[in-house]
Design a protein around this ligand. Structure first.
Ligand SMILES: O=C(O)CCC(=O)C(=O)O
Ligand SMILES: [Fe+2]
Length: 202
């Protein structure tokens, strides 16, 4: 709990390892971003994933949806099911981030954090279907949340970026191999946030 509070107060860390991460606060104009946010919240067929942890069923503490080209794997269930079809808004954002990432993405994972209780635990996105050294482009709308990263081999080396409304975060090649990231829960009152992570699945 103590560490959680520490991260939340940290704000924009100095000395972010820009070799692995690039943060651009204003990719999308706030008013347009609001419209995207509302549309995503209302029109996405959100699901809450259930996973087995040993013998217990654990519900993912956020809502998700998976969109992409018809031949892209379903990232959530890791089954060869067809993702949801690209919407106009998702395609617009995809086209905006592709030149910045230098990658053509074929899918996007949407995460909906309804309030401060929603979160994603420490992890790295290094599933086999993402290939080696994946580049992931992340776009955030709504509530500012802290994106924490820590070195897998030395947890004392950690940074925090506040992902603002309409911001862009590029997770470059090598990040997933050497670093973990999370969005921690917060005890503060928090509004809704939707995050998009554009990915290439093989
Ligand atoms: O919500 C975020 O900013 C990060 C989401 C994330 O790490 C993921 O979906 O793998
Ligand atoms: Fe992630």
């Amino acid at each position: 709990m103590e560490q959680l509070a520490l991260f939340a107060e940290a704000g924009q860390s100095k000395g972010l390892p820009t070799k692995y991460l690039e943060y651009i606060p204003k990719l999308i104009e706030p008013f347009i971003g609001r419209q995207f946010l509302e549309k995503f919240i209302e029109e996405t067929p959100w699901k809450q994933q259930v996973r087995m942890m040993y013998t217990k069923e654990v519900v993912t503490p956020r809502l998700t949806a998976w969109y992409g080209d018809p031949d892209a794997y379903d990232y959530q269930s890791l089954k060869k099911t067809i993702p949801l079809r690209w919407t106009r808004e998702l395609l617009m954002i995809k086209e905006l981030v592709e030149p910045m990432a230098g990658v053509q993405f074929n899918s996007v994972l949407l995460n909906y954090y309804r309030d401060g209780n929603d979160s994603v635990a420490w992890h790295s996105d290094k599933e086999e279907i993402l290939g080696r050294n994946p580049v992931i482009a992340s776009v955030s709308f709504g509530q500012v949340r802290s994106f924490d990263i820590r070195n897998k081999h030395n947890h004392k080396e950690h940074y925090s970026v506040k992902l603002e409304h309409g911001s862009f975060l590029l997770m470059k090649a090598g990040l997933q191999e050497n670093w973990e990231h999370r969005i921690a829960k917060s005890a503060r009152t928090m509004q809704a946030r939707v995050n998009l992570t554009f990915r290439v699945v093989k």
